[in-house]
Write a protein that binds this ligand. Structure first.
Ligand SMILES: [Zn+2]
Length: 351
């Protein structure tokens, strides 16, 4: 990926480029380790912290009178480079904020996770970034190095956070889903589930929730575990190339994100009235042998259900079966590396 250095640009040229199209800016330019900030007419502070990492009101709590009411919000996308809809959503939010069509009183950190993968329209370059968010990560791959940068930025951002910490890591799934939009609630280690957060997701038309039951290397688990943020991996639909997303499908989530950024509090439906379907993880099936095979059609949709005893997958010496009626599969992928998760199964759960 050939990128130009920003040194030749004046501050106003820079502001114009970022406001016009932050995706295009990220693909064409690199900060080369520099940090830059500028102030908008509405007094919002914009800081370019690193490539694909843009903060608004980074140090706001030191001067803002309502510090305790201000939220610290991380919106991340492109952790998988080909998941374009969330990237377009974040780009549009950045455009509205920088053109002052929208104003935020909160601290906001926008993260485009994997720009080299975005540039080649692939999920990743060397390995899956969303398995690498862990303090003891030693991988020196492109994604391993990027994970360390992203963790450091999120650490710095949340350590200065005066109050509510939020992180929505926005994705689109590889395969279609029976429940097109869904969110993964990271393992909370005994902390309480937030019904307010689930009502927010429901208002975003994300009505299927998957409760993870173990530590993982995902970005949302990192923010949840390390910073006690309300953090979620949010899947917004199926992967499409840039420009081919039907943005009408993302209207509700876009409107709620606008409200989250621009209002002190978001108006939420009553939790009891939300049409939520909640699942908890039952089995995590890892691939151990190269002949690992799914026992269902390659294009079977996420949340397809099986009966107790149905074979889900096989590999030399082992059969993996559903243990309950209505056990559903999520994220099946036989092409993962040996040792990685090939299928997750979930069963219905009452909160
Ligand atoms: Zn993804």
């Amino acid at each position: 990926m050939q990128q130009k250095d920003i040194s030749g640009l004046s501050r106003s040229e820079l502001k114009t480029l970022i406001t016009k199209d932050y995706i295009d800016f990220c693909l064409k330019y690199t900060l080369n380790g520099q940090q830059l900030s500028f102030v908008l007419d509405n007094k919002s502070h914009v800081t370019l912290l690193d490539d694909g990492i843009l903060a608004i009101n980074l140090n706001q709590h030191s001067t803002h009178t309502n510090a305790e009411q201000s939220k610290s919000i991380v919106l991340s996308c492109a952790v998988h480079g080909n998941e374009t809809a969330p990237i377009e959503i974040c780009c549009l939010l950045i455009h509205k904020l920088l053109s002052e069509e929208l104003e935020t009183a909160h601290r906001v950190l926008f993260i485009f996770g994997n720009i080299p993968a975005m540039a080649i329209s692939e999920r990743f370059v060397d390995e899956n970034l969303n398995r690498l968010f862990s303090r003891d990560i030693s991988s020196e791959s492109l994604e391993g190095r990027r994970a360390k940068v992203l963790m450091k930025q999120v650490d710095d951002f949340f350590e200065k956070a005066p109050s509510t910490k939020l992180h929505y890591d926005l994705h689109t799934a590889i395969r279609p889903s029976k429940n097109e939009k869904f969110a993964v609630y990271p393992y909370l280690h005994g902390r309480d589930y937030s019904k307010e957060q689930l009502a927010f997701l429901s208002a975003c038309e994300v009505n299927t929730i998957l409760l993870s039951q173990s530590p993982t290397g995902t970005f949302s688990y990192f923010s949840s575990y390390q910073h006690q943020a309300h953090a979620f991996t949010v899947e917004l639909g199926k992967v499409k190339p840039f420009g081919q997303n039907d943005m009408g499908k993302f209207k509700a989530v876009f409107q709620k994100l606008v409200e989250l950024l621009s209002e002190a509090e978001v108006s939420l439906p009553e939790y009891e009235k939300c049409p939520l379907t909640i699942y908890t993880v039952n089995q995590v099936i890892n691939k151990h042998k190269s002949d690992f095979t799914l026992n269902f059609a390659d294009d079977m949709v996420n949340f397809s259900e099986f009966k107790a005893g149905d074979i889900l997958a096989t590999e030399s010496g082992t059969e993996y079966r559903a243990q309950f009626d209505n056990e559903a599969i999520v994220f099946p992928n036989a092409n993962v590396a040996i040792g990685q998760r090939a299928i997750l199964t979930v069963i219905p759960y009452e909160l």
